[in-house]
Design a protein around this ligand. Structure first.
Ligand code: HEM
Length: 229
């Protein structure tokens, strides 16, 4: 089964009982939109150029700078603090990957697309909305430790990045077992003390986070996969 088919076959409960089940069920159609995008399809099919892959790594860099700056600012917040985990931080790995892919002058060769600017600005606004920040944290890091692991394997194979340089963004050596980490993350979501308004806001912000990611893929698709639907 292909990684995409495997992802699509993942069941979502019909009647979610916990908050993490609710969050996943309420946002899975948005996940599918991100996953089924022409750019991501080309990535997963192994038809995306190395320049396209590198373009995605560069956009990740700008989004994660915002995510991790706000995350550190909110590390002592009772809601955000329980998700804060230094081993999750991706910016050092992204810098290493960009150095490998583009060379030492990579900073002069990358810039955020319009969708990435909007996405990063939204993450920065979440500094005043801890539950909203959790939505962005969940969307990216849970994705990286889930489907990101398929992307790592495909990218390593497609671009010959088999010694890890260029795909270190997807390597979470410090987290131990990723299935166990994902289970723990869901438990932390379930132990949030959210009233219905806050819960609904977190779900809505997660849907938005997926949409921002899909829009970044759309920018990347226009630049690197112009024939994709
Ligand atoms: C290349 C395309 C992608 C594939 C193949 C893929 C695959 C998967 C798979 C298989 C899972 C389920 C893992 C499990 O059951 O524990 C998953 C979960 C997840 N993915 Fe993706 N994914 C892709 C793209 C994305 C994108 C672009 C995002 C967001 C930016 C994302 C965010 C998430 C999140 C947040 C989860 C966790 C859902 C939950 O269990 O609550 N994924 N993905």
């Amino acid at each position: 089964m292909s990684a995409t088919a495997e992802a699509s076959a993942t069941a979502t409960p019909d009647s979610p009982e916990t908050f993490s089940e609710r969050l996943r069920a309420a946002t899975w159609s948005d996940h599918r939109a991100a996953e089924d995008h022409g750019f991501t399809r080309a990535l997963m099919d192994g038809t995306l150029s190395l320049a396209g892959y590198t373009g995605m790594v560069a956009q990740h860099y700008f989004a994660y700078v915002a995510l991790e700056e706000v995350g550190r600012r909110l590390a002592d917040n009772p809601v955000v603090g329980r998700f804060h985990h230094p081993e999750l931080e991706r910016v050092p790995a992204l810098v290493r990957d960009l150095e490998h892919l583009l060379g030492d002058d990579w900073r002069e060769r990358v810039s955020p697309t319009p969708a990435t600017r909007t996405y990063a600005a939204r993450i920065e606004q979440m500094a005043d909305h801890p539950e909203g920040f959790v939505a962005h944290h969940y969307t990216r890091y849970m994705g990286d430790v889930s489907g990101g692991q398929f992307i790592r394997r495909v990218a390593a194979r497609t671009y010959g990045l088999t010694d890890g340089a260029g795909v270190s963004f997807y390597v979470f050596d410090g987290l131990g077992s990723l299935p166990r980490f994902r289970a723990g993350y869901r438990e932390r979501l379930d132990s949030l003390d959210l009233d219905e308004t806050a819960a609904a806001r977190l779900v809505a912000e997660t849907r938005l986070a997926y949409q921002f990611n899909t829009e970044v893929f759309a920018d990347l698709g226009r630049a690197y996969v112009p024939d994709a639907a």
